[in-house]
Write a protein that binds this ligand. Structure first.
Ligand SMILES: *Cc1c(COP(=O)(O)O)cnc(C)c1O
Length: 494
C-alpha cells in the first residue's frame, strides 16, 4: 500500500496512487514498506525479466499480464540495441547509458512503461474515465511523455515547457509529435513555475469536479507519479548485476553511483534500490549551477530564493526538486507533520530548514556536489580526447562531481556514472566543447557532431527540422488553467 508524505490521506493501493499521480490535497505517494531483493537470485535475468520481477513486487493489485506487457517494452524494438541500459567502460569507471529509447534521454526508461501502468490503474479504480495527463517539463520529460502517450486510447496529454528554457532539439521534438491526443504549451516562465502551476491544478477541487462531470480525471507523467519512479529502480539493480558480470567489482562489493540530478527522481530510485538490498555504495548527487541540493546537504537549508540560471544542462535547471520530499520523508523517520511544516514554509517563503537529525541522516545517504559550465565543457573535451567518448552536458556534470568526490573523500570504490542523455540532444554545446567552434544552428551542429566524433545520430533525432510542427499554445504561468479549460471545453461547466 502507498501512503502520503503529508499524512493527509488514508493508505491507497498502487493502482490508486498511480491513477492519481499525486495526493489530491498535496503530498506524494510513497510505498509503506520497501520489498527486499536478493541480487544473487537475479543474475540470470534479462532486463525485461528483471523489470517484470521488480515491478510486480510493488504492484500487487495489478493484473500480472499488464506488468508483463509493460516490461516487454525493454525486449522489443523500442530501445535501440540488444540492451536497453548498457554499462560501458570509460577509463577507470563505467557509464550507464540510459538514452537508447525513442527520445534519446533517460526519461524513456520510465515513460515507455507508464502508459501501460496508468491505463490499467485507471481501468481498475475509475472504470471508463478519460485520463488527462498534465506534464511540466524541463525539456526531456515532455517529449518522452508525448511519445509514450500519443494515440493511447482513453488518454489525452498536455505538456508545459518553459519558453526559451529548453534546447532547440528538445523543443522541436515536442512540437513535431504527431499524436491526435497531444497538446504542447510554451509557458513564459521557468520550469519551477510550470511545475508549480501544474501542481496547483492537481490540488484544485474545483477543476477536479469539472473534469468529473465529463468523466475525466487528471494524472501526472512527471516523476511525482509513482509509476514513473518504479521502472527507474530496475536499472540500478541492472547496473549492479552488470558490474558484477563484467567483473568490474567482486560479487557483493559496493558500487558507487553518480546521478545528474534535477527533480531528484532518478537518484531517489537509486536510493530505493539500495534500501531494497542492492549493495550500492555512496550515492552522489550532481547538480549544475542551480545547486539548491548541494547547498542543502551542506547547511540543512533548502533555499529557492536565489537567481535561477539557464545552463547548457537545461533538464537540470530546477530549484524545486519534487522528489526531494519523498527523500526527506525517509530521512525524518516518516514524520508527516515535519514534511507538512517544511513544505508549507517552502510555499510561503521559498525556504525551509530541517532539524539536525534529518540533516545528519541525509548526509549519511548522499554526497552532493555541483559543476560550472566551464567544468562541463572541459570534461566533454577531455573525455573525447582521451577516450573518444562523448558525454552530453548533463552526464558531464556528473563526471565533474565524481572527480570532486574522489578528491574530497579519497574513496576509490568502483563507480558507475548515470548517463541521462545522448550528446546529440545538446549538439551545439557538445560540438563547441569538442571542436572549439560554435555552429550557427542546431541542425548543422548535429551533422557536424556526427562527422567529428564518428558517433551516429539517434534515429529519433534524425530529420527533426523537416517534420511538420503542431500548433504551440503560449501562456503565462498563471494562465495554465485557462488554456486547460479552453482546450478541453470545460469553461461552460459549473
Ligand atoms: C530529467 C533529466 C535529468 C534529471 O533527472 P531527475 O530525475 O529530474 O533528477 C538529468 N538529465 C537529463 C538529460 C534529464 O532529462
Amino acid at each position: 500500500m502507498y501512503e502520503s508524505t503529508r499524512g493527509n490521506l488514508e493508505r491507497q493501493t498502487a493502482s490508486q496512487a498511480i491513477a492519481w499521480g499525486m495526493v489530491p490535497g498535496g503530498g506524494l505517494f510513497v510505498p509503506e514498506v520497501l520489498p527486499a531483493l536478493n541480487w544473487k537470485e537475479l543474475r540470470e535475468l534479462s532486463y525485461q525479466e528483471l523489470a517484470e520481477r521488480i515491478m510486480s513486487l510493488f504492484l500487487p493489485d495489478m493484473p500480472p499480464e499488464v506488468i508483463s506487457k509493460a516490461a516487454a517494452v525493454y525486449g522489443g524494438e523500442v530501445f535501440e540495441g540488444a540492451d536497453p541500459a548498457p554499462l560501458k567502460t570509460v577509463g577507470h569507471f563505467s557509464v550507464l547509458e540510459l538514452w537508447h529509447g525513442p527520445t534519446a534521454a533517460f526519461k524513456d526508461m520510465a515513460l515507455q512503461v507508464l502508459p501501460h501502468l496508468l491505463g490499467a490503474s485507471v481501468k481498475q479504480v475509475n472504470q471508463g474515465a478519460q485520463v488527462l495527463i498534465l506534464t511540466a517539463t524541463s525539456g526531456d520529460t515532455g517529449k518522452a511523455a508525448l511519445e509514450g502517450f500519443k494515440n493511447v486510447p482513453g488518454t489525452s496529454i498536455m505538456v508545459f515547457y518553459p519558453d526559451g528554457g529548453v534546447s532547440a532539439v528538445q523543443e522541436r521534438q515536442m512540437t513535431t509529435t504527431d499524436g491526435s491526443n497531444t497538446y504542447v504549451v510554451a509557458v513564459d516562465g521557468n520550469f519551477d513555475q510550470c511545475q508549480s502551476a501544474v501542481k496547483e491544478i492537481f490540488a484544485s477541487e474545483e477543476l477536479r469536479s469539472k473534469l468529473a462531470q465529463k468523466n475525466m480525471i487528471f494524472s501526472s507523467a512527471n516523476s511525482i507519479n509513482w509509476g514513473r519512479l518504479l521502472p527507474q529502480i530496475v536499472y540500478y539493480v541492472w547496473t549492479y548485476l552488470q558490474a558484477v558480470e563484467q567483473e568490474k567489482i567482486e560479487p557483493g562489493a559496493p558500487l558507487n553511483v553518480v546521478v545528474p540530478t534535477g527533480n531528484f527522481g532518478n537518484i531517489l530510485a537509486g536510493y530505493y534500490a539500495k534500501k531494497m538490498g542492492i549493495p550500492l555504495g555512496q550515492l552522489i548527487c550532481a547538480s549544475n549551477k542551480n545547486k539548491v541540493l548541494t547547498d542543502f546537504f551542506e547547511t540543512g537549508v533548502y533555499d529557492t530564493q536565489r537567481a535561477f540560471h539557464l545552463t547548457i544542462s537545461p533538464s537540470m535547471d530546477i530549484l524545486i526538486s519534487s522528489n526531494f520530499e519523498r527523500f526527506l520523508y525517509e530521512m525524518c523517520a516518516k514524520d508527516p507533520e515535519k514534511i507538512k511544516a517544511w513544505y508549507q514554509s517552502l510555499s510561503a517563503s521559498g525556504v525551509f530548514k530541517v532539524d539536525e537529525d534529518t540533516l545528519k541522516n541525509s548526509r549519511q545517504e548522499i554526497w552532493a556536489g555541483w559543476a560550472d559550465e566551464n567544468d562541463v565543457l572541459a570534461v566533454i573535451a577531455r573525455a573525447f580526447k582521451e577516450h573518444r567518448y562523448v558525454y552530453d552536458p548533463h552526464t558531464a556534470v556528473a563526471v565533474k562531481v565524481y572527480e570532486d568526490y574522489v578528491r574530497a573523500s579519497g574513496d576509490h570504490t568502483y563507480t558507475a556514472i548515470v548517463s541521462t542523455a545522448s550528446p546529440f540532444k545538446f549538439a551545439s554545446s557538445v560540438l563547441e566543447a569538442i571542436s572549439g567552434s560554435k555552429s550557427p544552428d542546431e541542425w548543422e551542429a548535429l551533422a557536424r557532431l556526427e562527422q567529428e566524433t564518428g558517433w551516429k545520430i539517434p534515429t529519433g533525432l534524425k530529420g527533426l527540422n523537416e517534420k511538420p510542427e503542431q500548433r504551440v499554445q503560449k501562456c503565462e504561468p498563471q494562465g495554465l488553467k485557462e488554456v486547460l479549460l479552453e482546450t478541453y471545453h470545460l469553461n461552460d461547466l459549473s
